[in-house]
Design a protein around this ligand. Structure first.
Ligand SMILES: [Zn+2]
Length: 134
């Protein structure tokens, strides 16, 4: 029983991730809107954080917003040295309560990326969601 549940969970996660990647490559973000109360979530949510419902419909948003905060990475994990320096950014999406994390290349100092900078999703690669200034 445990094995079956684990497999089911794994298959579901892959599907959600593949969908996220496909839309990110088009500059979009797929989200889950609660069919009971309308609350919007990232597609990784399994139940509504507001009402507990498990009913969702996909809503695809433009991956556009402004930088809420970020961390500059100067010491990369193994295999990612070629990307440094870069920023791990949190993008506040326009007209939603949602924030998504991603990677922005070529950011070495805070002066290069003021909080509030307009930015958008431009793709997905081994780093995850790629975000660039607009
Ligand atoms: Zn809900």
């Amino acid at each position: 029983m445990q094995v079956a549940l684990f497999m089911y969970f794994k298959v579901c996660r892959m599907t959600v991730e593949e969908q996220l990647i496909e839309y990110a490559k088009q500059g979009k973000l797929v989200t889950h809107k609660c069919t009971e109360c309308g609350h919007l979530h990232l597609s990784t949510a399994y139940y509504c954080l507001k009402c507990g419902s498990k009913g969702f419909e996909d809503v695809v948003l433009d991956g556009v917003g402004s930088i809420a905060t970020y961390t500059i990475i100067t010491v990369a994990p193994a295999g990612f040295e070629k990307y440094t320096p870069y920023a791990f950014v949190i993008l506040q999406l326009d007209d939603t309560p949602l924030r998504i994390s991603g990677f922005m290349a070529g950011i070495a100092t805070p002066a290069e990326l003021p909080v509030g900078t307009r930015a958008h999703i431009t793709g997905f690669d081994e780093r995850g969601i790629i975000i660039e200034k607009q």
